[in-house]
Design a protein around this ligand. Structure first.
Ligand code: BGC
Length: 765
């Protein structure tokens, strides 16, 4: 490589030293514009359509279709992007085909589902959300980008920001739970983490916000199912996280599979153009979900040519796997069903993304075997994964301060999730090294060394039904089946537990019991494991349930019988060590639920920010005739949104407001003093909710509007302050105007969405 002359280095450095960027944003845009104009002037129609084609390398597939003829299609300029290749070497080889053998040498964009880590796997997104720690979440996304980008990738299909209030839906595990505000803050943090402040940097990925839109509101919690929702609910509750991610600068958006009020998202012009582009000013590109254009045929919108044209016109730019664009757009253009401007728009936006990623400057910027060697699974990343896992765990119950345990004696670790490394990363960890991920047992052994003796037994199968278990352990996540009668297996486990001081039961879901196409109607711990748990409790020994799950579960029986429950979700690569950290007191749990845990699946959808109805229950009542309730189960959740215990206790002083009435341009402060009244240093998430008491439309009984995570030593106090401004009181009214209506409001402060104090105030003109 030639070294640039000294004077050039000097000239380039001066502006950096004095804080002036050599090219400002506008100039960069002009340069990009000119570059793409010139490039597109040389492109044939086929080459333009080629840019709209995203194929899979076939390492990871989530549908029936797999791309073919990838190599020859690259050379012919028929491929704009490839996803699911996972090595710098393979990506370099594919990129070489594009930039050395295709006519115009246009580089390829390389994507992957880097959802909660690349090789270093962090907790599943629902678990990360339970940390309520935005810096931590941003750091996990940053590390994911550093690792993936070293391996040649430049685009991730994340963040997944679909609000979900239905625990039957398996993909609730991939998002941030039920809440609009928390979900929006996390969406921003993740985009910042992936994209950094320069998309063209060698260690950043372009984010892709998905699944636009409302995928998490699938009817009956059945994946890919229809959604039908009022605009009012959409704008107030479901759309804000997508918008937050776009406002944070996300470069791309993925359409969702579902039907929305009669028009599937992938063909929905109102959504993709009116909302996304015109109302929100999005200027990146839109990619479909996996074969989502082809699926419009089954939705009943026409044949492949018709639905491909519909999708392009609706505002889609890139077609994932289905090749509808590749095979039909030319014909549609000839027949006048699409026009050249539609194709040009799509091609330009895809090329712009490549330009912003710096791929035209250096198509191999992201492939660096040496960097990959250094970055993947490096000790700093693993340390962050251990920290993140510990912070994601939620202590659901701790009767008699059973936890933390003492680092001594003998522990029985029993259950089908106790020794399965491949299940620890959790769903949607497609690039994880499953074979080499330590199991809970292995991780705990490493963390505890010889201080604690751990005896292990599987205790039961994951599920009694073999076929169900096969479905629940796909993609290399098999859990060995013990074919002996259940009683025999349990008897053996009890024998092992006999001489131990405490039993740790590792139970719950396998990682593939949540995630895509993994909806469940019964959201309890599987029966066969529950029977094991009952037997373990009968021994009279202290039992700690370490729960694995990708969704809120119904734990009513467990809550009634098991003294200590730690929800570990799926904690990623370092799950085992992090569980040891928390169980044995090196880390004090601080996670808070990002989704309500119901008492019974029949209550679903159950969420804290519901409307009041015209017949709410009287305070303290759980059944009243002709009131909104059930005959058999109260309306209460088992564990409310925002709930989670600590080894210490926190006392809240009386909340105060700076004023009881404030004007639209002013700010109102809410104060509360929180004291650590226990014996352990710990973190608490102080939560602020509001309610609009009288408005032109009905408003939720509570809405999260702020939170602070604070760390306090025993005896220490901190005064926490929240600002409330007009912005926090705004909502979309029936004309979809974003307004704050003067009148009376309630502010609530507390440790979760249920246990709060309340003070009233007025917003005045
Ligand atoms: C999923 C997306 C994912 C895509 C590519 C689809 O089945 O719905 O979330 O990004 O596959 O792997």
């Amino acid at each position: 490589m030639k070294t640039p002359p000294q004077w050039l280095i000097f000239v380039c450095i001066i502006p950096l030293l004095i804080g002036v960027h050599p090219v400002n944003g506008q100039q960069r845009n002009r340069d990009m514009d000119n570059f793409i104009k010139e490039l597109m002037a040389q492109m044939t129609l086929d080459e333009k359509i080629g840019q709209l084609n995203l194929v899979t390398a076939g390492e990871v597939t989530t549908g029936e279709a797999v791309s073919t003829d990838v190599e020859s299609n690259i050379k012919e300029g028929k491929i704009g992007g490839i996803f699911s290749m996972t090595s710098a070497q393979r990506i370099r080889a594919a990129q070489e085909l594009a930039v050395n053998h295709s006519r115009l040498k246009i580089p390829i964009i390389f994507g992957l589902d880097v959802i909660h880590g690349y090789k270093t796997i962090f907790p599943i997104p629902l678990g990360l959300a339970a940390s309520w720690d935005m810096d931590l979440i941003q750091e996990t996304a940053r590390i994911a980008a550093i690792e993936a980008a070293a391996d040649g990738l430049n685009w991730t299909f994340s963040p997944m920001v679909d609000i979900s209030r239905d625990a039957r839906w398996g993909r609730i595990s991939e998002g941030s739970g039920e809440d609009t505000y928390l979900g929006s803050r996390i969406a921003e943090a993740m985009v910042r983490g992936y994209q950094g402040d320069d998309l063209a940097a060698y260690n950043t990925l372009m984010a892709c916000v998905k699944h636009f839109a409302l995928y998490g509101a699938a009817e009956a919690g059945r994946d890919y199912n229809t959604t039908d929702m009022s605009l009012h609910r959409m704008y107030n509750e479901y759309l804000p996280p997508y918008k937050a991610a776009i406002d944070a600068g996300a470069g791309s958006v993925m359409t969702s599979f579902n039907d929305i009020n009669g028009i599937p998202a992938t063909a929905n012009q109102w959504l993709m153009t009116d909302v996304l582009r015109k109302q929100w000013g999005f200027n990146g590109f839109v990619v479909t979900d996996y074969t989502a254009i082809n699926e419009l045929i089954d939705h009943g919108l026409g044949d492949l040519q018709a639905v491909s044209a519909l999708s392009l016109k609706a505002g889609v730019e890139m077609d994932m796997v289905g090749e509808g664009f590749l095979t039909t757009l030319k014909k549609s253009l000839e027949e006048g069903k699409v026009n050249e401007a539609d194709i040009n728009r799509a091609c330009r936006l895809v090329l712009e993304a490549k330009y912003k990623l710096g791929l035209f400057e250096d198509p191999f910027r992201y492939c660096d075997e040496a960097r990959a060697q250094q970055e993947l699974l490096n000790p700093t990343h693993l340390a962050k994964a251990r920290e993140a896992a510990g912070k994601s765990f939620v202590l659901l119950k701790n009767e008699g301060q059973l936890l933390p345990l003492k680092k001594q004696g003998t522990v029985a670790l029993i259950g089908p999730l106790a020794n399965t490394g491949s299940n620890m990363p959790g769903t949607w960890s497609v690039s994880a090294d499953l074979e080499n991920t330590p199991s809970l047992l292995e991780g705990m052994q490493t963390a505890l060394g010889s201080q604690v003796k751990i005896l292990h037994h599987q205790g039961s199968n994951l599920l009694a039904d073999t076929v169900y278990q096969d479905r629940a352990t796909m993609f290399g996540r098999a859990i060995p089946r013990d074919k002996r009668p259940e009683a025999e297996i349990i008897a053996e486990a009890l024998e092992i537990a006999k001489g131990t001081d405490v039993i740790i039961a590792a139970l719950g879901e396998s990682s593939e019991m949540s995630g895509e196409s993994s909806s469940r109607t019964d959201i309890g711990i599987p029966d066969v494991q529950q029977r094991l748990l009952a037997k373990l409790l009968e021994t009279g020994k202290p039992v700690v349930l370490v729960l694995f799950t990708g969704r809120p579960l119904t734990l009513t029986w467990e809550h009634g019988h098991v003294p200590a429950i730690l929800n570990a979700w799926f904690g990623g690569t370092e799950t085992g060590k992090a569980v040891a950290d928390v169980l044995f007191g090196d880390v004090n749990p601080s996670g808070k639920l990002p989704a309500t845990f119901p008492q019974h699946v029949g209550q679903v959808p159950l969420y804290y920010s519901h409307k009041n109805t015209g017949r709410p229950l009287a305070e303290g009542q759980w059944f009243q005739k002709f009131r909104s309730n059930y005959l058999d189960v109260s309306n209460d959740p088992l564990y409310p949104f925002g709930y989670g215990l600590s080894y210490t206790t926190f006392a809240y002083g009386e909340m105060t407001l700076s004023t009881d009435s404030f004007k639209k341009n002013d700010t109102l402060q809410v104060y509360v003093e929180v004291t650590n009244t226990g014996n352990h240093e710990g973190e608490e998430v102080v939560q602020l909710y509001i309610r609009d008491l009288v408005a032109s439309v009905t408003r939720p009984v509570k809405e999260l509007k702020g939170f602070r995570k604070i760390r306090l030593k025993p005896g220490e106090s901190q005064r926490v302050a929240f600002d409330i401004t007009e912005e926090d009181l705004k909502f979309y009214n029936t004309s979809l105007e974003h307004v704050a209506e003067p009148g009376e409001f309630a502010a609530f402060v507390g440790t979760n969405s249920r246990d709060v104090q309340e003070k009233r105030f007025f917003l005045v003109e």
